[in-house]
Design a protein. Structure first.
Lengths: 112, 116
């Protein structure tokens, strides 16, 4: 039973447009959420995070939104660039712990 | 060394053989982790260590063992490899604490393992 779900295996977006990656979770004990980006043949790299006490966190072109009532978070990339093409993983932390639960990932392709 | 290194980069292994994947970090992080990445399943935690001298089981620990003799190294051993252990293995580390922000994990480049 996957506690963190990324239901879209892939997403294709035109350069300059907005990319929206979605993530749903089932465990109410998650208190911290992270997005990781992964290029082929490399390890995942941390992108942006949000605490469960917030509903939005912004860092440059990247914004993460959290809707706790819907147990849903999303990552917005504006404007999208070809270099953003990668696999994006959503991850969640169980309250006051350190272990992360990852989603299956979404492949983003930004077309120029 | 900067960050996390893993060795080997890739390996082809006969079923039944023993294999140790190496992981070293130079960030003096308390916690270290081993994940496997499989298509459609994302990253699944195999074992973890919150501090030197302690280890714990993750989501998929069967067939794997770890040790944490010091802060920097966290080897993963497959005692008798099976084809279902074909995967990409990632080591990660974090500062580890109960406050938000310390659980950001930093990943190594991965080891691609093929068990035949």
């Amino acid at each position: 039973d996957q506690q963190v779900k990324q239901n879209s295996p892939s997403l294709s977006v035109q350069e300059g447009r907005i990319s929206i990656l979605n993530c749903d979770y089932t465990n109410s004990m998650f208190d911290y959420f992270l997005w990781y980006k992964k290029y082929p043949a490399e390890g995942p790299t941390f992108l942006i995070s949000i605490s469960s006490i917030k509903d939005k966190n912004e860092d440059g072109r990247f914004t993460v939104f959290l809707n706790k009532s819907a147990k849903h978070l999303s990552l917005h990339i504006v404007p999208s660039q070809p270099g953003d093409s990668a696999v994006y993983f959503c991850a969640a932390r169980v309250r006051s712990g350190n272990k992360l639960v990852f989603g299956a990932g979404t492949i983003l392709r930004v077309k120029s | 060394i900067a960050g996390i290194t893993q060795a080997p980069t890739s390996q082809i292994l006969a079923a039944g053989r023993r294999m140790t994947l190496r992981c070293t970090q130079d960030m003096r992080h308390n916690a270290m982790y081993w994940y496997r990445q499989d298509l459609g399943l994302g990253l699944r935690l195999i074992h973890y260590s919150n501090t030197a001298g302690t280890t714990g089981k993750g989501e998929v620990p069967d067939g794997y063992s770890v040790s944490r003799a010091n802060t920097d190294d966290f080897p993963l051993t497959l005692a008798s490899a099976v084809p279902s252990q074909t995967s990409v293995y990632f080591c990660a580390s974090s500062e580890h604490g109960t406050t938000a922000g310390t659980e950001t994990q930093y990943f190594g480049p991965g080891t691609r393992l093929l068990v035949l």
